[in-house]
Design a protein around this ligand. Sequence first.
Ligand code: HSE
Length: 370
Amino acid sequence: MQKVGFIGWRGMVGSVLLERMRRENDFQGFSPIFFTTSQQGQPGPDVGGGALPLRDARNLQDLADMDILVSCQGGDYTKDIHPKLRSAAWRGLWIDAASALRMNGESTIVLDPVNRPAIDRALDAGCVDFIGGNCTVSLMLIALQGLFEADLVEWVTSMTYQSASGAGAKNMKELIAQMADLGDAGRALAADPAGEVLELDRIIGAKLRDGSLPTAEFGVPLAASLIPWIDSALPCGRTREEWKGMVETNKILGRDKQIPVDGQCVRVGAMRCHSQALTVKLNRDIPLAEIESLLDQANDWVKFVPNEKEATLQKLTPAAVGGTLTIPVGRVRKMALGQQYLTAFTVGDQLLWGAAEPVRRMLLIALGRL
Ligand code: HSE
């Protein structure tokens, strides 16, 4: 029976992965072994075979005893441990949610609804590193798969509205703490029907600027505001998150001709859904109805939402999509720029299809179950 080691299963992405695997009854037909960087020997999670003691996630021998390692521990762990295992000639499969190895020549970015043939080819060729993609990239590709597959896309801009979850668990808490403080400051006036709205705005504005909100994680208030910067700066003027949009999209699509993908990445006060306003330059003019049907039928998770107010409000918001695997795409129309310019809006759960699900499915593929 194959031995599969899990590292970083207690973090946010790892917890979502475990939850999904439990729900889908995935813990069977292989031997799951749980590792820890800090609690060696303590009981691990019981996923059906009893709670076994946790193993040391820095013990190379224990790790190398696994056929497959699944890491949600983060990039620093990957950068430390992966090269050591590979130089010790470990040839098991390394499946990782972190970005550290994504752009390595030998690794495959996994998003099987879109690039299953590339994953199968890599497995057949003996490749051993399979890495989940950046969340906005994975969510955009699932949403627009129908257009990419029909080879209709000349270029894409993606203007993102990224949730706090993409920045981490502490950031989600900080967002809510900021909201709570703002709520406390404005509650009386907001509840008073005769309350002066400009006075309410003055109180909230003062609170946003007086330095009293918790900002240890984001650096500035996100609640009642936004942050048009995600990740580090690159010399080209893009942030690293914006750079990933083009390089990862093209690596996943694996075409000879690069498709330009660019835009601005913005953090907003959503909890766990990333949204994206897309402009697609089509390489030919095709009727809208055909585009809608291509989008809707591309995979099992994308759902076309008619460009109507009620459907949009009910189906195309982070509030509606959070916690689900559905990737709605709506607000689809030709733009005033010309018949080959399409706009669309999409929303997806950053922790599910944006992080844990591609990793979960890659494990099932590796185990021959998908
Ligand atoms: N980098 C993403 C974000 C999350 O900050 O929202 C991980 O893909």
